[in-house]
Design a protein around this ligand. Structure first.
Ligand SMILES: Cc1cc2nc3c(=O)[nH]c(=O)nc-3n(C[C@H](O)[C@H](O)[C@H](O)COP(=O)(O)OP(=O)(O)OC[C@H]3O[C@@H](n4cnc5c(N)ncnc54)[C@H](O)[C@@H]3O)c2cc1C
Ligand code: HEM
Length: 372
């Protein structure tokens, strides 16, 4: 691995990406689908938007191959997760070939044999980690779980809490997420959503917030109904409780970033309880969509305290402000295990403030509800 010049790979891709627009992604997919038509059905029917979802991610990951040691757990998750698309080990060389053909095409005279060999070697390492992990679980775990929607509770026009039922329990850990495909409304469009209840049963509670123009969140919040079918992918993510730690917990959640915190609180209630402070933030009173459930949890568990803060609505009598700031102002969290979840902007601001206040990086786990 050491003789792969990853700086040259990054430089090469920057030159290729300068061709702009989605020309590069278009070439990649045309190559892949023409030569390997069997791969077409794994992708969404209409691929005009977000065409570079895979290509951009693919290149970022492959050019980070000198971090492969640290990346391995992520690549293994990603590989297992790809089984839900129908991806098999045999498909990896096809994607590698399409990637190299695309890079070569747009590099023109800048292409060298050494670049070609380095891209191929880097791709092989990443593809090997992904497909190896997928093969390992293939005999024991389905590629996805079929689920039926039992209930859609519209808390506001843009937030819904869905209860879905699978035939067998999905083996997630509290805090982990599952890719969701609204099979009828949005076939082959998968986005991550996070169970808000403890694992072990066949019913899963999902909190979905509508992102304007977003196909999957719109389907879940506005289109899906009781009786509709979803597919759920395998568990994904590292924001989980560390059973070995007995430190108190700080949880900072923005909007539906509350879901993983509720799952972890439910887990704590059933196993080892730890002093836990949950700070929940929303922009407006309307968006504080789970207030009744939070009040009930606060009353029920002596080891839990819940604070709700609102950032942009003066009708609120409680704490006002961005949730990361409100949490940081209300305590010294330097001896806590910390979880942060919400939009990318909320997570970034909260983590920055907590680090500045002396919480160590290794004490903080976070999940951003942007793109995977
Ligand atoms: C690990 C993980 C877990 C997640 N869990 C949940 C969950 O429990 N509940 C939930 O509501 N969402 C969750 N999300 C976000 C969700 O997966 C989708 O990204 C979101 O629903 C938008 O999907 P879409 O198809 O509607 O829109 P897309 O077409 O995917 O996105 C449309 C545009 O909106 C942007 N965007 C996406 N999400 C956000 C956001 N949160 N804030 C601002 N801009 C955004 C995208 O970058 C894109 O430009 C999670 C994301 C990840 C990565
Ligand atoms: C080293 C190899 C690969 C890497 C690093 C990689 C990485 C990724 C990433 C990060 C995403 C976006 C995450 C997501 O939407 O879930 C993605 C999406 C996807 N990948 Fe891969 N992938 C690889 C190989 C493959 C192969 C071999 C196939 C099958 C032919 C494949 C099919 C898909 C599909 C269908 C999507 C969803 C695209 C969409 O929703 O528009 N990938 N990949």
């Amino acid at each position: 691995m050491t003789d792969i010049d990853t700086a040259a790979l990054k430089e090469n891709f920057a030159a290729v990406a300068a061709h702009g627009g989605d020309e590069v992604a278009l070439y990649f997919y045309s190559y892949l689908f023409l030569r390997y038509p069997e791969t077409r059905d794994m992708f969404p029917p209409g691929m005009t938007k977000q065409r570079d979802r895979l290509v951009g991610a693919l290149v970022r990951i492959v050019t980070d191959v000198d971090n492969a040691g640290q990346l391995v757990p992520y690549l293994e998750d990603l590989g297992r997760d790809h089984r839900k698309f129908g991806t098999l080990t045999a498909h990896y060389p096809a994607v590698g070939e399409a990637l190299l053909a695309t890079l070569r095409h747009f590099s023109g005279a800048g292409w060298t044999d050494k670049l070609g060999a380095d891209w191929a070697a880097a791709y092989r390492i990443v593809a090997g980690a992904m497909s190896g992990a997928a093969e390992k679980v293939a005999a024991s775990e389905p590629a996805f779980w079929d689920a039926e929607i039992l209930d859609v509770d519209h808390r506001t026009f843009d937030i819904a809490v869905l209860t879905v039922r699978t035939q067998t329990p999905v083996p997630y850990l509290a805090g982990q997420s599952l890719a969701v495909e609204p099979s009828l409304a949005r076939p082959r469009e998968w986005r991550f959503f996070t169970p808000a209840n403890a694992p072990g049963g066949v019913d899963i509670e999902l909190h979905a917030r509508l992102i304007p123009g977003g196909p999957v969140s719109t389907a879940l919040v506005r289109v899906c109904q009781r009786g509709d079918r979803l597919r759920l992918g395998p568990p994904f993510g590292r924001m989980t409780l560390q059973p070995a730690s007995d430190r108190p917990l700080l949880m900072v959640a923005g909007s539906t970033g509350l879901a993983p915190m509720k799952a972890m609180i439910a887990e704590l209630a059933g196993t080892g309880r730890r002093r836990t402070h949950l700070f929940f933030g929303a922009r407006s009173v309307r968006e504080a969509y789970d207030r009744d459930a939070l009040a009930a949890l606060d009353n029920r568990y002596g080891w839990l305290s819940v604070v709700t803060a609102i950032s942009d609505d003066t009708r609120w009598n409680g704490p006002q402000g961005l949730i990361g700031e409100v949490a940081a102002d209300q305590g010294d969290w330097s001896d806590h295990d910390v979880f942060v979840c919400g939009s990318p902007a909320m997570v970034e601001a909260s983590v920055k403030r907590l680090l500045a206040d002396g919480v160590l990086e290794e004490q903080i786990k976070f999940e951003e509800f942007g793109e995977a």
